[in-house]
Write a protein that binds this ligand. Structure first.
Ligand code: C5P
Length: 234
């Protein structure tokens, strides 16, 4: 799948999501649906977005015993989304089971990504609360390696870690990176941020962009600017 900008549709309802996407009359953005919208609306919102022709990253971050994750992934696979994810902390056995569950009878399946360490976890809390020693970077690279060995397609990580992940796991191992801001934009609650142009230089495959587009005065223009800076002709 080729490089793209994914819009994080962090809306509370299907109506709000459709109203936002209706503004895009010339392009069909790749969209990310997270827990809030999925738990509010269920699979119907996924089906409708597919019917409208959007590619979909279903960001539900599964983490449970291998058997449960395998079965849940089989259900998600039938929704025909393009990308799903899980927590690498669930172990390699869980990731392998997920891959099995996701694979359809004809061998096709959505892209499967692993979340390494959430960008909201500080190194101090990782040490003190999760009892993981070493640096966050070490942990991210270790989890990326586990995901790679389990056969996953890539990881969700900070853009600032994408280069290291590629060094560890090869250039074809996908990096999907949130934490994107325009040079003149507001950081909001994000800390480790990068511009679309810098994300392109680092070599990340997909950027996930929420508020810089969804809260912009002109979301379509903001999306186009993002695509341009990330080096994609829309
Ligand atoms: O609005 P903003 O551009 O910060 O949105 C980023 C999106 O990426 C949100 O949906 C957020 O939940 C998600 N995300 C993130 N950091 C991670 C994983 C996901 O910001 N480590």
């Amino acid at each position: 799948m080729k490089r793209d900008v994914i819009i994080a549709c962090d809306f509370a309802s299907a109506e709000a999501t459709y109203a936002f996407l209706d503004r895009f009359t010339e392009e069909k953005p790749f969209v990310k649906i997270g827990m809030e919208l999925y738990y509010a609306e269920g699979p119907s919102v996924v089906r409708e977005l597919r019917r409208r022709g959007h590619k979909i990253f279903l960001d539900l971050k599964l983490h449970d015993i291998p058997n449960t994750v395998q079965k849940a992934m089989a259900v998600l696979s039938r929704l025909e989304v393009d990308m799903v994810n899980l927590h690498a902390a669930g172990t390699k056995a869980m990731m392998e089971a997920a891959l099995k569950g996701l694979t359809r009878e004809d061998g096709s399946r959505p892209i499967l990504l692993a979340v390494t360490q959430l960008t909201s976890t500080s190194e101090e809390r990782m040490h003190d609360e999760l009892l993981i020693s070493g640096s966050i970077t070490d942990c991210v690279c270790h989890y990326a390696r586990l995901a790679y060995e389990a056969g996953l397609d890539g990881v969700v990580c900070s853009p600032l870690e994408a280069g290291m992940v590629k060094e560890q796991c090869g250039k074809d191992f996908l990096t999907v990176t949130p934490g994107i801001r325009f040079a003149d934009g507001q950081a909001g609650d994000q800390v480790r941020i990068t511009t679309p142009a810098r994300a392109k230089e680092i070599g990340t495959d997909f950027i996930v962009v929420g508020r810089p587009i969804t809260a912009a005065e002109d979301p379509v223009e903001a999306y186009r600017k993002c695509m341009r800076e990330f080096g994609i002709e829309s």
